[in-house]
Design a protein around this ligand. Structure first.
Ligand SMILES: [Zn+2]
Length: 274
């Protein structure tokens, strides 16, 4: 069974923000869902968008899942209803319709019940014929709203549990099986390459390219859509941030000075040429 998994929104078209930030957290939960689905033996495609505008963001993941011929589409989000909220609001999942021919409501029910079983208020399965991801996917699709970013008790519980636990119960709910704990430690991530260099600003491109030359690895513009998951063991960002949150959460090292010249100096220092 082929499952497409998407983290909602991106750093240029952000989601909701409260005590926690939706994009930051949904990426973590999404990664955990993918890791655990793979442990359960599924073929998984990450259809999370890179940095792009709000319209392209939704189209990207849905098209990728449709073109791939996924059997199930799962999109991870966090919700927000108020500016601030003292207490618990809870978790919910969404499907297009309960009366279509798809069995997505079974997945949606198991997912919301399993997140609810961790202690979140269970708001159940909801339906909408307006949500892009549900409307335009050509397979059963479920949106997971893990919890509410402004609700103090939701966020406290989420932080206590951690994203890995949430992702694990979502994967287990999808498969309707439990992952045995003995499997958890033996999984080793395999990367496509050793090093990857990226930059956000054109002025830092030359410094980034020097580093990539030295490391003999690709050098990419981080403002363009790119799937960083498991692509390289070391993902090195060079220079200034182009987005409010900066480079994708996948970078493992960050090299920058106060301007392009200082950035180049830092790169040369890093490779031992200064
Ligand atoms: Zn969202």
């Amino acid at each position: 069974m082929k499952i497409a998994v998407r983290g909602g929104h991106n750093y240029l078209a952000t989601g909701c923000e409260g005590l926690i930030n939706e994009v930051v957290e949904d990426r973590k939960v999404k990664d955990s869902v993918i890791k655990h689905l793979k442990q359960l033996g599924y073929t998984v495609l990450d259809v999370t968008p890179g940095n792009m505008d709000r319209d392209s963001d939704l189209i990207y993941g849905v098209n990728k899942a449709n073109n791939w011929g996924a059997d199930l589409f799962i999109s991870i989000h966090f919700n927000k209803a108020y500016n601030s909220y003292n207490g618990a609001i809870g978790t919910e999942t969404w499907v297009y319709s309960e009366s279509d021919n798809y069995n997505d409501e079974e997945y949606a029910k198991r997912i919301v019940d399993s997140i609810g079983a961790l202690g979140f208020k269970n708001r159940g399965v909801k339906t909408s014929i307006d949500l892009y991801e549900l409307k335009h996917t050509t397979m059963p699709s479920v949106i997971v709203e893990v919890c509410f970013v402004e609700a103090t008790e939701d966020v406290a519980l989420y932080k206590r549990l951690g994203p890995d636990v949430i992702g694990k119960v979502i994967a287990e709910a999808i498969s309707n099986r439990k992952i045995s704990n003995s499997n958890n430690n033996i999984e080793k991530v395999e990367y496509d390459m050793k090093n990857l260099v990226c930059y956000c600003n054109q002025v830092d491109k030359r410094a980034a390219e020097y580093l990539a030359d030295y490391l003999q690895c690709p050098c990419i513009d981080a403002t363009l859509p790119f799937n960083y998951v498991n692509v390289a063991e070391n993902i090195i960002a060079v220079g200034g941030n182009a987005t409010p949150i900066g480079f994708s959460g996948y970078t493992t090292k960050y090299i920058a000075g106060k301007d392009r010249y200082e950035t180049l100096k830092e790169v040369l220092k890093f490779i031992g040429k200064l």
